[in-house]
Design a protein around this ligand. Structure first.
Ligand SMILES: [Zn+2]
Length: 258
C-alpha cells in the first residue's frame, strides 16, 4: 500500500515534467473516465503546481481546477520517459498526461476526480485529514488534539493509521517508528504520553522524508516483515499480528517496546 512518502516521491518525479507546462496530450484510456471529458475540460491549461497531503495528490491547473487522486491499495503513479515502458497495460490507465515525449500515468485507483479549487477547499474528507507527517513544519499541537479526541482504548499502532490523526503514515512506517520510539504498538492510546506520541512522529518523519526523496523504502526497515528474526536492539524474536478494524499487520519487538 502506498504511504505518504511514496506519493511525495511520485510528485517529486512528476514536477519537472509537468509543473508550469501545458500537457501536449491528456488521455483517459480506461472506460471508467470515458464520459468525464477531461481532455476537453483541461486541454490548453497549464499545470501550475503539484501538491500532496498525506496520501492525497493534487494536480492544480490554470483556471481553478484540480485533479485529486488517492491510490489506496491498488493504484500507482508512473513517469515514463522515452524508452521506459509501464509494466501495466496502457489501456488500463486512468489518466495519461504527455509532455514532450514523457508520459505521466495513473493506473487504477480508487480515486481520481476533477474538482474546482473552491470545492477542494470545502471537501469534508480533506478537511478531516490530520497534519501531514511529511510537512516541513509538523503541527504537533493539532496531532495531539486529534489523537486525544480519538478512542483512548484504541491501540496506538491502530490510531496512528487513522488519517484523521496523522496523514500520510501507513503500516510500514507505523511499525518502524513505534520500534524506534520503543513504544509497544498494542498499548492503549490513552496510556501513551504526549512525549511518547511526539517521539513516534519524530522517528517517522526523517525516515519518511528521506524515502520521499530517494524512493527507497527498504534500507531503513528494522522490524517490518522481519518477524521470526532477532530484534536488532535486544535480540528478542520480532513478532507480527493483525491489529485494528482493518486487521493491518503490526510488526514489533515484545522485548524492548513497552
Ligand atoms: Zn527488541
Amino acid at each position: 500500500m502506498p504511504e505518504g512518502d511514496t506519493i511525495a516521491y511520485a510528485a517529486q518525479r512528476m514536477r519537472p515534467v509537468l509543473e508550469g507546462r501545458v500537457p501536449d496530450e491528456i488521455r483517459t484510456p480506461h472506460p471508467r473516465h470515458a464520459l468525464d471529458r477531461w481532455p476537453e475540460r483541461l486541454g490548453g491549461r497549464a499545470i501550475t503546481e503539484i501538491t500532496t497531503h498525506g496520501k492525497h495528490l493534487f494536480l492544480h491547473f490554470e483556471g481553478e481546477l484540480a485533479l485529486h487522486s488517492h491510490l489506496r491499495m491498488t493504484g500507482a503513479w508512473g513517469v515514463y520517459p522515452p524508452g521506459r515502458r509501464p509494466r501495466r497495460s496502457m489501456r488500463r490507465a486512468w489518466l495519461v498526461l504527455r509532455t514532450g515525449s514523457t508520459d505521466v500515468v495513473q493506473f487504477d485507483g480508487p480515486l481520481l476526480e476533477l474538482l474546482t479549487e473552491s470545492r477542494a477547499r470545502l471537501d469534508r474528507r480533506l478537511a478531516e485529514l490530520g497534519p501531514d507527517v511529511l510537512a516541513d513544519e509538523f503541527d504537533y499541537a493539532r496531532f495531539l488534539t486529534r489523537l486525544r479526541a480519538d478512542d483512548p482504548t484504541r491501540g496506538i499502532g491502530d490510531a496512528l493509521l487513522d488519517q484523521r490523526n496523522l496523514a500520510g503514515i501507513g503500516n510500514l512506517w507505523k511499525s518502524e517508528s513505534c520500534f524506534d520510539a520503543a513504544v509497544d504498538p498494542w498499548r492503549r492510546t490513552g496510556e501513551v504520553s504526549d512525549e511518547e506520541a511526539r517521539a513516534i512522529v519524530d522517528a517517522a518523519r526523517p525516515l519518511m522524508r528521506r524515502s520521499a526523496q530517494t524512493g527507497d523504502q527498504t534500507s531503513d526497515r528494522r522490524v517490518f516483515r522481519r518477524h521470526g528474526e532477532p530484534c536488532p536492539r535486544c535480540g528478542t524474536t520480532i513478532r507480527a499480528r493483525g491489529q485494528g478494524d482493518d486487521n493491518r499487520t503490526t510488526f514489533w519487538c515484545p522485548g524492548c517496546q513497552h
